[in-house]
Design a protein around this ligand. Structure first.
Ligand SMILES: Cc1cc2nc3c(=O)[nH]c(=O)nc-3n(C[C@H](O)[C@H](O)[C@H](O)COP(=O)(O)OP(=O)(O)OC[C@H]3O[C@@H](n4cnc5c(N)ncnc54)[C@H](O)[C@@H]3O)c2cc1C
Length: 465
């Protein structure tokens, strides 16, 4: 998908305005420099007219004021790891990159808060917090390559969401600039706030459609003393899913519970990514954390519950390197899945936890019925199943088959009272399904809210709802 306007989408006068406001390499115009800012990790693409990379609040305020006056579309972009076309300038416009807004402004050990600019990488904040004995729990699998601003704008989840929640649970407040240049501060550094409408929660997950977040105040926790990971393989997928359910019913609350199905195991094996015993049909990966004194008994209890369901392999890691080795299959899965075919259509559907088994079956059925591979894996603990329909788009009817499988799955997931996206958001990719989940009245309210923040519709137009 694409548009070829390049800098021609802007008048000479508009280009000059941007050059004056963003000196040197803060503004980019030549197509060979801007095209890389036109894509995301989902391989969506549209050529930007220009890219601006502010380093101050004043620059952000001025460009948002100018864009509203000139009716120039602006597309917020952080590290572009979203997979739904969320930051792609479809229809043409200026990409507003937060790459140069990347300072950790404050880490407060007494208030248990961090104040950061939006372009700070998530793993950098985690590491800095841990050095002070603090803990920033949200950890999308993209933690090393995505940013806090992007995570907040998508309300990113991640491995530890089952115990600790998602990014939005840690955003206490933010500073944000609206189209027109008006700047608001919502929330603050208090861990509770019951005054007025919660504008922070409205901005979290708004996919860059309402305002540009320029500063975020985040909640931190004390760093857990210790952690351990367990990898269990099962010869039957049903036994694995039953084992996971039994763990939850036992009263244990792992920090992470990840699942990989038989196709995922097949990919990992053919990629030579790790040693998995023959006959393994599904893998479960658990992380436990907490105080050192409790951890040993939790490991023992978890091993006992898993053994009751007859795993064909069970390994426990307690040192960082042992744990890392057990997480290797999960990290290797994304690239390994391309062993089944060069193209994928991904969904991150989420269902009530008790319906996970049905959702996995239905995803696999949709793949089989349409003659393509369905790899299912993901955050089992919060019912968030990633489904990759792997195909070869060059083959006759393959792209259509993947599209049909995705529609079938979306209908099934909504029937199970689930959602079409648990964490990746809508962007462009899921727009066709949105009105199946959100009725007309809700979409009208959302568009009314957009109108209040962005009356001329210049901020990330055409995304989300
Ligand atoms: C390998 C891999 C693993 C992943 N794993 C996970 C996972 O486990 N969980 C998960 O939730 N996601 C995951 N993702 C998806 C992606 O990493 C997340 O959506 C992430 O939050 C995007 O962050 P980003 O910094 O790359 O933002 P971008 O992709 O640049 O932007 C995302 C959205 O936020 C908007 N935006 C960016 N900055 C701002 C701002 N300052 N103000 C307002 N709007 C803004 C953009 O317009 C866009 O709509 C994964 C992606 C990859 C490639």
């Amino acid at each position: 998908m694409g548009s070829a306007a390049g800098a021609d989408g802007l008048t000479q006068q508009q280009q000059q305005f941007l050059r004056d406001l963003f000196p040197g390499r803060q503004a980019l115009f030549p197509q060979e420099q801007t095209w890389i800012y036109g894509s995301d990790a989902g391989r969506f693409f549209a050529q930007p007219w220009a890219v601006v990379r502010p380093s101050t609040l004043e620059q952000v305020q001025e460009v948002l004021q100018w864009a509203q006056t000139e009716r120039v579309p602006l597309f917020p972009r952080a590290r572009a790891t979203n997979v739904v076309g969320g930051c792609v300038p479809l229809g043409g416009g200026v990409v507003l990159s937060t790459l140069f807004l990347d300072r950790i402004l404050e880490l407060d050990e007494r208030d248990f808060t961090a104040v950061v600019q939006p372009g700070v990488s998530t793993s950098r904040l985690q590491v800095r917090a841990e050095e002070l004995g603090l803990f920033y729990p949200p950890d999308p699998a993209s933690v090393g390559i995505s940013s806090i601003g992007g995570n907040a704008a998508t309300n990113a989840g991640g491995m530890r969401a089952v115990k600790y929640g998602v990014t939005g649970d840690y955003v206490l407040g933010c500073q944000a600039v609206l189209p027109g240049g008006r700047t608001i501060r919502s929330g603050g550094r208090v861990h509770k706030d019951a005054v007025g409408l919660d504008l922070t929660s409205l901005l979290v997950g708004s996919e860059g459609t309402l305002a540009l977040m320029t500063e975020l105040t985040l909640k931190l926790l004390p760093r857990p003393q210790a952690s351990a990971s367990l990898l269990a393989g099962f010869a039957e997928q049903e036994a694995g899913l039953e084992a996971a359910g039994a763990v939850f019913r036992s009263g244990l609350l792992p920090a992470a519970v990840e699942f990989m199905d038989r196709k995922a195991v097949e990919c990992l094996r053919s990629a030579g990514a790790c040693e998995i015993p023959r006959g393994t049909d599904c893998l479960l990966l658990f992380k436990l954390d907490g105080s050192r004194s409790c951890l040993d008994s939790e490991i023992e209890a978890l091993e006992r519950h898993l053994r009751e369901h007859g795993p064909n392999t069970l390994s426990t890691g307690v040192t960082p390197s042992e744990e890392e080795e057990l997480w290797q299959p999960r990290r290797a899965l994304n690239p390994a899945s391309f062993h089944l075919g060069p193209d994928k259509l991904s969904l991150d559907v989420t269902v009530p936890r008790g319906s996970v088994g049905q959702a996995v079956d239905r995803a696999q059925d949709a793949g089989r019925r349409n003659g393509i591979h369905a790899v299912t894996f993901g955050h089992l603990g919060d019912g968030n199943i990633h489904v990759n329909f792997i195909h070869d788009a060059r083959g006759p009817g393959q792209a259509e088959a993947a599209g049909k499988a995705a529609w079938e799955l979306v209908f099934q997931v909504l029937h199970l009272r689930g959602t079409i996206s648990g964490e990746h958001g809508v962007g462009l990719a899921k727009l066709p399904y949105v009105e199946l989940q959100l009725d007309r009245e809700k979409v009208d309210i959302m568009r009314g809210i957009k109108q209040v923040f962005d009356p001329r519709g210049i901020l990330n137009p055409g995304k989300g709802y």
